[in-house]
Design a protein around this ligand. Sequence first.
Ligand SMILES: [Cu+2]
Length: 157
Amino acid sequence: MVRLVMVAVALGVTACGRGGETRGSVDITDVYAAEPVNDESAAVYLDVWNPTDAPDTLVGATTPIAAMAQLHRQVGRGPTMQMETVPAAQVPARGWLRLEPGGMHLMLMTLGPRPVAGDTMDLTLEFRRAGPITVRVPVVTYVEVAERAAVEADARR
Ligand SMILES: [Cu+2]
């Protein structure tokens, strides 16, 4: 888990060193975090659109309010629900990567200070091609998380 963060930091430095080079970019939409119930972790959901002809990869993330961020995948549902760490996530060329409830998410670990619903936080996503992209993340209640997930699922039907 520590390794994922270090890889992200290394890539960020590389991106800064390549001034002027066109690296391609991605768009981040529907980003929000679920209000955490303790200081240990908070889940972040977002969609990534890749308008370029080359696939990209989300390799990590950092935020000032968490010691580390991991990509997680939810396995199973209900009482047997578990999460496993994923090293990276593909963003297909001219396609979407969706981090959403019941699937993949970014897990912010060891929070300080713990955010509450109504707060916003900065999150820097690290992409292999597009480099670092910082977004503002609103923190929402679990009720809102469920509502957003339902709306997004509906929109794709
Ligand atoms: Cu998780």
